[in-house]
Write a protein that binds this ligand. Sequence first.
Ligand code: ASP
Length: 309
Amino acid sequence: MDRKYVILVHGGAGDLSELAVHSDWEGLYYSSLEEALRIGERSMQETGKGVDVVRAVIRHFETSPLFNAGIGATVNADGSFELDACLMEGRDLSAGAVAGLRHVKHPIDAAYAVKTSSEHVFLAGEGADLFAAHNGVDTVEDNMYFATPDTMKWVDEFKARSRKNGTVGCVVLDREGNLVAGTSTGGILGKKYGRVGDSPVVGAGTYADNAGAAVSCTGHGEYFIRHNVAANINFRVKMMGQKVGDAVEEMLFHELNAEAGNGGLIAVDRNGDFALDFNSRGMFRGYLYRDGEDSLHGAVGIYREMRTI
Ligand code: ASP
């Protein structure tokens, strides 16, 4: 496959019940996904580095109230917000992860700071917030900064509704052949304080290895952790020689299913072969790649079919 670079994004998977409640949101999701790809493309033109692309794309999603990351994040059972994120680079397996953040505007920046400015991989809770603040990451005093009128309604409604979709992720094969993966989330609706899902767990919701694949997952985190989904896909590609699409299909439809492990994921390998798939009703997603002839190809989708952009 002759692809100069590949950018994949997701904005969460599930039954997408929020679209049934707000039918006018569909267009907003399509434009935001397209915007995410354009931001990624711009960043690729500027630096050519996957890590910059992943950060720029995820910052865009964390700023949008449509997605379950940053502003618009889903609420805990007690009505507060705790955010998780992870960033990993395939060339050296360097990774940074944060969980339970309450005061960081862009959790993906905190994950990046852990990766580049600490000797650790995973920081949680108050320490993670403090570390981010000490390392120049933008913080907010008030945890309600992440609230939107809708998230406040969910506090009352969460018992009747299974979950709010919209965890965000981005995986990239960059111009230098480096694979990078990032994921950011508010977790699942009504989660108990202190609960951490798969998104920030290296190997569960996020993984990147230049000898295998870059993967970002979304879905029922408890199952994705138990099945070590992202690392499993990497293993299948790297050690078993499976094609990315086959590895993804086996994990989503054989290891997991819509009842036990409802969700989806995006994955790309070092040749630029990629998959965006889900066992749920839908997944907000998009891809953009530049081929050997220097032409750009892209599409965005919510349900099965994708729209060319
Ligand atoms: N996987 C996330 C979690 O369990 C939620 C999601 O992707 O919707 O925290």
